[in-house]
Design a protein around this ligand. Structure first.
Ligand code: HEM
Length: 127
């Protein structure tokens, strides 16, 4: 085919590095660490599957876990606006760290910003 997906532009290898770098920051973030499991191995594995399909690659997440229903899967956790910004800032740092190329970085960051804001389910003052 003549077109390539963002997944193909980034490549499985760099996507995997991105997710590992991201969770390395999450586990050290004072707002995020308390709501995540101590061991992020399985979380990172699912996130690699999810981002693969989110970026137009094979539907790895859905094949193993069913429909993502991301907002519903996040409801057990208090996602405040401050936590959404923290999540996005960890992602921005990870993108810089692994050297994601500018065009695909802006594209992915834009989409993740919309998705992150959609996950918010708790006001800041409650948490
Ligand atoms: C799972 C937090 C945004 C994708 C989780 C979990 C937490 C969490 C606590 C559970 C981890 C576990 O038990 O393994 C947050 C916070 C966000 C956020 C604070 C800030 C807005 C996002 C966004 C995406 C995303 C933007 C999509 C790119 C996922 C996926 C899982 C997950 C795929 C695994 C779901 C599963 O268990 O199958 N998140 N998340 N999250 N998150 Fe987020």
């Amino acid at each position: 085919d003549s077109f390539s997906t963002p997944y193909e532009v980034i490549g499985a290898d760099l996507l995997s590095q991105l997710v590992d770098s991201f969770y390395g920051k999450v586990e050290n973030h004072h707002l995020l660490a308390p709501i995540f499991p101590n061991d992020l191995t399985e979380t990172a594995r699912k996130q690699k599957q999810f981002l693969t399909q989110y970026l137009g690659g094979p539907s790895l997440y859905t094949e193993e876990h069913g429909h993502p229903m991301l907002r519903a899967r996040h409801l057990p956790f208090p996602i405040t606006p401050a936590r959404a910004e923290a999540w996005l800032s960890c992602m921005k740092e990870a993108m810089k760290e692994v050297g994601l190329e500018d065009e695909v970085k802006e594209f992915l960051l834009h989409r993740l910003t919309l998705t992150a804001h959609h996950m918010v389910n708790t006001p800041d003052e409650e948490n």
